[in-house]
Ligand binder design. Structure first.
Ligand code: ZN
Length: 83
């Protein structure tokens, strides 16, 4: 069996326009509710402050902004790698 191989260019783009915003406590991993617009981002900020108030030793948080990406081959043939 023979196969034909070629070098294909790929592009990366958003798979969905939906973005998730949330925060998580570094100490215990508990996470804020997920919101889907930058305007609602303060929901996770308020959650972090309330979480710190309820758990005084939990003072570090990570803020996440998550989007889905998709890799798609286009129909152009690229140059083969040189190395
Ligand atoms: Zn915590």
């Amino acid at each position: 069996m023979k196969s034909i191989m070629r070098f294909v260019n790929w592009s990366l783009g958003l798979a969905s326009s939906t973005v998730e915003f949330y925060a998580a406590c570094v100490e215990c991993g508990e996470a804020s509710p997920v919101v889907h617009s930058a305007g609602e981002r303060q929901v996770s900020e308020v959650w972090a402050l309330q979480h710190a108030g309820a758990n005084p030793s939990h003072r570090s948080f990570r803020a996440y902004q998550v989007s889905a990406w998709s890799a798609t081959p286009d129909d152009t043939v690229g140059d083969p790698p040189t190395s």
